[in-house]
Design a protein around this ligand. Sequence first.
Ligand code: ADP
Length: 160
Amino acid sequence: MPRKIAVYPGSFDPITYGHLDIINRALRIFDRIVVAVAGNSSKNALFPIDERIALIREVLAGNDRVKVDTFDGLLVDYVLSQESTVIIRGLRAVSDFEYEFQLAQINRGITLEVETLFMMTSVPYSYLSSSVVKEISSLKGPVDNLVPPLVKKALEAKFS
Ligand code: ADP
């Protein structure tokens, strides 16, 4: 049977427990997950792409079913290049829906080969986003329940 591979694209600036929850749940369905940091998402980013990738790799160290990568250009082309036909996205509040719906329709307009699958956030992470984490951290607030310790450290280094 062919291996089932899904691509989980995003900015991951930085990775949070919300992202990790989606990755771990997706690993129950797929054999491999490619976490793909969008190269064109660098505008106004706190962490450069290589630091975001390094953080994700450290957080997921030892998990040989996860690959961490970056991509430029069309997402659907990248997905096919990874021998995958599935894009995983997470949905939090209703406010995510409009953007995600548009993105999925655009990708579907480009090719019907690639399907977008949505996973609902777990309740504790419903309001967790990288932006919220950056804001709290910049104000020296507690982020222990939001990001892994090494991401917290990296945030503190940025805002020190
Ligand atoms: P993007 O800039 O592409 O939205 P993000 O890194 O913000 O990239 O998010 C990547 C994906 O992870 C998106 O589908 C987003 O909805 C999802 N996501 C982010 N935070 C959470 C969370 N707390 N719970 C569930 N999904 C999430």
